[in-house]
Each structure stands twice: as C-alpha cells, then as structure tokens.
Write a protein that binds this ligand. Structure first.
Ligand code: SF4
Ligand code: SF4
Length: 67
C-alpha cells in the first residue's frame, strides 16, 4: 500500500522491544507514556515508517495495524 504507515494500539503494548529491534527504519521508540497496564507504549515516527509491516508480523501482542 502506498503511503501506508504503522498505527499503534498502545493499550495492548507490553514494552518488550521486539518491534524496536526489528524495524528496518528505526521508526519505533518507547514514548515515555504508560498505558493502563503500566507499560511504556511504543510510538511510530511516521516520517521514517515505510509501512513494511515487519512490526505487525513480529509483535506478539497485536499492537500494530498497517494502513
Ligand atoms: S513488539 Fe509489540 S508489545 Fe513489544 S514493544 Fe513492540 S508494540 Fe509493544
Ligand atoms: S511498518 Fe516497517 S518501517 Fe514502519 S514502523 Fe513497522 S517495521 Fe518500522
């Protein structure tokens, strides 16, 4: 999809860091904002994201949508 970006459903994030370690564009970082589970939610830099979907594939907690 042209111009697709990763979207974060932050309440599902457990701050494991797998997505951060696998994003080829270093577009994902921890936000410093904590969800109701007490986890530091990740955030996507849309200027860096190419919509590749790797984060969607590797996240064990279904945090990402690509659209
Ligand atoms: S892989 Fe999923 S649960 Fe882990 S830090 Fe990334 S978004 Fe959060
Ligand atoms: S879609 Fe690809 S480039 Fe964008 S945040 Fe996920 S892994 Fe990184």
């Amino acid at each position: 999809m042209e111009n697709a970006k990763a979207r974060v459903k932050g309440e599902l994030c457990k701050s494991c860091g797998i997505c951060i370690n696998n994003c080829p564009k270093q577009a994902i970082s921890k936000s410093g904002q904590f969800n109701n589970g007490g986890y530091d939610m990740v955030v996507v830099d849309e200027d860096k994201c190419i919509g590749c979907g790797i984060c969607y594939t590797v996240c064990p907690d279904y945090v990402f949508e690509i659209n």
